[in-house]
Ligand binder design. Sequence first.
Ligand code: SF4
Length: 241
Amino acid sequence: MSGQFIIDHKPVPFEPGQTIMDAAMAAGIYIPHLCHNPEFHPHASCKLCTVKINGRPASACTTQAAEGAVVESETDELMDDRRILLKMLFVEGNHVCPACEKSGRCQLQAVAYYCNMLAPEFTHFYPQRDVDASHPDMVIDFNRCILCNLCVRASRDVDGKDVFAISGRGIGSHLIISSPSGRLGDSAFDAEDKAAQVCPVGAIMLKHQGYDVPIGQRLYDQEPVSVVGDVAKYVVKKHDQ
Ligand code: SF4
């Protein structure tokens, strides 16, 4: 039986089995997120979609909608928490937005703008990470990986290949490639794979195609992420070139 709950004083209808995130997206209400894509099982790892449900914090992407629930999302407290999470993501990797081909199409950058993150606050880690350009059509820059797990889920659940996995724990967590050499070029990865289309940042990128649209005229340069949605909906595929 369908029902209704409230987000930030706005009524939101839901169908049985929908999560808070599903129902909010269907109703055109934006809840910041990076690791969520409605095509995949939710992962609840980025924590940006944390809301308060009847006063208790919970991930909107994994919590089932319930009749009469009162959900807070855009409060000062929750937006402060999101800015802190975003600031940590920016210093944990090497994100050079002004020189990144994904600038203007990067969901991390767009969500940071949406959450009014104006400057870094924490000390940069400047980790030493590889760039793997061994694949003929794709390149992976581990410096930009935010460990959202989307390529892992896409490769496993849609492509049936298990090309990617996240190894290690805590600060030692990192993305790995399943191939004899550990390099992308020796894996079963293909530019037509779903996993090639879901990266919310500039970590998994097409080769042979860059700056086709000038920075300043790109997806999130035109409209905020709250209006245009996830970048994965707009990914240019190899055959579109
Ligand atoms: S490479 Fe991209 S899609 Fe894969 S885990 Fe890293 S940020 Fe997510």
